[in-house]
Ligand binder design. Sequence first.
Ligand code: C2E
Ligand code: CA
Ligand code: CA
Length: 396
Amino acid sequence: MLDLDNFKSLNDTQGHDAGDALLIEVGRRLRDNVRDSDTIARLGGDEFVAVLESLGTDLAEARAQASKIAEKIRSALIQPYRIGDKNQAHQTSASIGVTLFGWRDMKVDDLLRQADIGMFEAKESGRNRICFFTDARQAAINSRNSMLQALKGALQNDELCLYYQPQISISGELIGAEALLRWLPPDGDLIPPEDFIPLAEETGLILMIGEWVMAQVCQDLTLMARHDLPPDFSVAINISPRQFSDATLASKIRDVIRSNGVCTGSLKLELTESSLFMDLEHAGKVMEELRAMGIGIELDDFGTGYSSLSALKSLPIDALKLDRTLVQGIMDDGRGRAILRAAVAMAKALSLKVIAEGVETREQHLRLVEEGCDLFQGYLFARPMPLDSFVAHLDD
Ligand code: C2E
Ligand code: CA
Ligand code: CA
């Protein structure tokens, strides 16, 4: 099965006639590169199928032959196309997925699905490629699907929960917390966010999870508020790139704050650079909206990406959160310390607060204080903990 790699943009820029002419030419080149007994068909759009028969009785030999023919097709399709205005050459390539049949009893649907999986992988691995379907690939897809189903179930069955990790001021006072997501399956061990957030992000489920997180933080905040909280106490929520590009983010936050009667000043959002620099204009607008609501905005994982000074200057950010790797590098050599110093100097120049995360030792803490950091978070002070422990911590 094959799919042209840039057909849509070609069709859009050169018009449908050019698109149709290209498809006809692709069909012709396919026909020219297989035997008369083989079948070529267009599945629809810019997807084609080639059914190659009698590739031999031996699996390895059939695989080698299929590979050879697919390579021939790939090379033929990448040659320039002269269509319409003959002086203008069109260029396209194809992502090809291959599966073998005849050794196992198989339905046409399964065959196409397998070829499609190969083709998807060819696209994923950079286009203009040939990928064979494998059982390992199928197993990976199955496990991803069952993880996704389990995660959807977890959201409905209250298996998600939030842990809170204290944030400490320069004077040693607990003045806030970061909300960190955990998945607690009824019959298994706690699952860390790294194991399921990327999948949620990829599939869009993060939008529902994110709404749950916001609502839960607001509920937990009303519980925390029954204890003796410092005046500027706030909880930070992690917002993933997908959530940030959701046009309804600000209004969702407004609604959840209103319905829980929470003070907006007690919420902060942690955004990563990938959220902001995808579309600076959108980012600026959303951030202004959030800020007008009184919600603090922090740039998370600072030091792992490519923040540009001018972009930072133009966005309404309240604080930079130094990444754990940066904090952990400060004791190793002069370079680590120089990078920290530069990051803090930059934050101060833009009047931003600096939060250091992943603080594990007294030495690190001392040095971060010396260098001018404002807030601290890390195992040295406390690990992320369930709400009841956190509330008990507040009374300590
Ligand atoms: P992050 O935002 O960088 O969160 C900080 C991570 O550092 C947390 O890992 C925290 O447990 C860990 N940490 C804190 N102090 C220390 C320390 O002293 N040493 C070390 N080695 N680690 C420390 P966690 O809880 O596993 O979260 C991992 C990531 O998952 C987070 O990284 C964040 O990107 C994401 N995440 C967590 N909760 C949410 C959520 O509600 N929504 C979204 N979108 N992402 C979340
Ligand atoms: Ca964070
Ligand atoms: Ca971080």
